[in-house]
Design a protein around this ligand. Structure first.
Ligand code: FES
Length: 157
């Protein structure tokens, strides 16, 4: 590899492109305030092959989640409120039954049948009240915090 090129996924990228991508990524980190995220929600919706539920109810759940987080200002950072929540529409979370399936990290709580009504309970009881909605949770598995030091190194790089 030459000094002016970097290799990513088997493709050579000119050095100036690499620099430009780094700047765009850095801008995204800042504009989305990624380093302030407290929780990240993944919801199975708009699936290529709908298995856990049909596509239309999954989209209704996704729209409900998105709108409620916005209404409650949980999708943005606020002074005196560290509860900044990021959400991602997942094509499939590989559970493929009793959907829509939703998982909340870093808590590691997996929810089934995440309809708008259930999502409202999850928002009020779990995201705001910090209490798992046991009636719909089918797994509690917080991920280990094994990358904390690596994360600090990345920030310093
Ligand atoms: S289709 Fe929803 S988890 Fe697989």
């Amino acid at each position: 590899m030459s000094h002016n090129q970097a290799e990513l996924s088997g493709r050579k990228i000119p050095e100036n492109t690499k620099f430009s991508a780094k700047k765009v990524l850095s801008n995204s980190v800042d504009s989305l305030e990624l380093s302030k995220i407290q929780r990240h929600i993944f919801l199975c919706a708009d699936q290529t092959i709908p298995k856990c539920c049909s596509k239309q109810p999954s989209l209704e759940s996704w729209e409900y989640l998105k709108n409620r987080l916005k209404e409650l200002k949980l999708d943005q950072t606020q002074e005196n409120n560290p509860n900044y929540i990021f959400r991602t529409k997942a094509n499939c979370l590989r559970v493929c039954c009793s959907g829509p399936i939703m998982v909340i990290y870093p808590d590691g709580v997996w929810y089934r049948q995440a309809t708008p009504e259930v999502i409202e309970r999850i928002i009020q009881e779990h995201l705001i009240g910090n209490k798992v909605v046991e009636e719909y949770a089918f797994l509690l598995h917080p991920l280990p915090n094994c990358f904390q030091n690596v994360g600090e190194q990345l920030i310093e790089a």
